[in-house]
Write a protein that binds this ligand. Structure first.
Ligand SMILES: Cc1ncc(C[n+]2csc(CCOP(=O)(O)OP(=O)(O)O)c2C)c(N)n1
Length: 295
């Protein structure tokens, strides 16, 4: 990743966008996006140097609430958009944002292939454990027995064990944080942005309007910083233990990090030794002859 070493890095104000926020009072999206801006500023990345790719959902409305090169995709499809941007211009940091609905239902296939492809990008999952934008339906990570809109008696399905699922895909970077802890999210996001492969960042997000079971207060009480308690992110087995066991407390921080695995781009034989990026190789091609064949 080519991060600007300009000592005159941006300030948070450089990411400021005047569009009015429409998130509910107390929504975790405010804290998450504050941490994203802080991470970018601390890494001295200017708005014109980063691609910010937003899925559809409450979180996706951040696409017009901070500056940067921004894409607002289709529900569940932001990972392929973001991967395409990164492969076209590997020098540019690419951050994709998606909800738990998009990530574990509509776009779960893309999450699977994003992780196993080792696309060099960051994926931030705004995990409010429900479908926020469409007014609080259960997602696959909603707790069972929780009355939600459309399922007032609780969901009949099992709740997805999301971290077991993520670790089954042999990821190289897994972190968890929560929307009330801006310093921790900032630290985690900085490491994720600098990771050379696919960085999966699960942010447990307060949703005061629809999620009544993991509220800001619940998260404050249950989340702890596993790294501060001595968790070593290079230890895969220890990482799984912290990630899976959330019975009493929820371990946060950088859970697993492996910088030794090659990325998708590094495995692409045709790009070996090529100094230009795909985006620099774009040229105008005359297709009129080809079109004539169809007339
Ligand atoms: C393929 C597709 N399915 C469903 C929808 C309708 N839809 C738009 S936003 C949304 C909920 C988003 O939930 P989530 O991804 O968890 O994000 P949140 O709003 O909670 O941030 C749904 C179901 C859609 N736009 N496209």
């Amino acid at each position: 990743m080519a991060i600007s070493l300009d000592s005159n890095g941006p300030g948070v104000q450089d990411y400021y966008c005047g569009t009015e926020c429409t998130w509910c009072d107390g929504c975790g999206d405010y804290g998450i996006m504050a941490a994203v801006k802080r991470a970018l500023v601390e890494l001295k990345i200017h708005p014109h140097e980063v691609a910010l790719c937003f899925d559809i959902g409450c979180h996706g409305n951040a696409s017009d609430k901070m500056l940067g090169y921004r894409i607002h995709g289709l529900h569940g499809r932001i990972i392929p958009f973001a991967a395409g941007a990164k492969l076209a211009n590997p020098n540019m940091p690419v951050i994709a944002f998606g909800g738990d609905g998009a990530s574990f239902s509509e776009g779960v296939n893309h999450l699977v292939h994003g992780i196993r492809s080792h696309y060099p990008m960051t994926f931030v999952m705004h995990n409010n454990a429900n479908y926020g934008l469409t007014k609080g339906q259960a997602s696959s990570v909603t707790w069972q027995n929780q009355p939600m809109n459309i399922s007032p008696n609780g969901i009949p399905e099992d709740t997805l064990q999301s971290m077991e699922f993520i670790f089954s895909l042999q990821p190289t970077f897994v972190a968890r944080s929560w929307s009330g802890d801006i310093p921790q999210m900032t630290r985690v996001l900085k490491a994720a942005i600098q990771h050379r492969g696919f960085a999966f960042v699960d942010i447990l997000q307060a949703c005061p309007t629809y999620n009544k079971f993991t509220s800001h207060e619940w998260l404050l009480e249950h989340c702890f910083d596993a790294n501060e308690k001595g968790h070593d992110p290079s230890d895969l087995e220890a990482a799984k233990k912290v990630a899976f066991d959330t019975t009493d407390r929820v371990g946060c921080g950088i859970l697993y990090q492996n910088e030794d695995h090659p990325t998708f781009y590094e495995r692409l034989k045709p790009r070996e030794g090529v100094k230009t990026t795909a985006v620099e190789e774009v040229k105008i091609t005359d297709v009129s002859g080809l079109m004539k064949e169809f007339i």
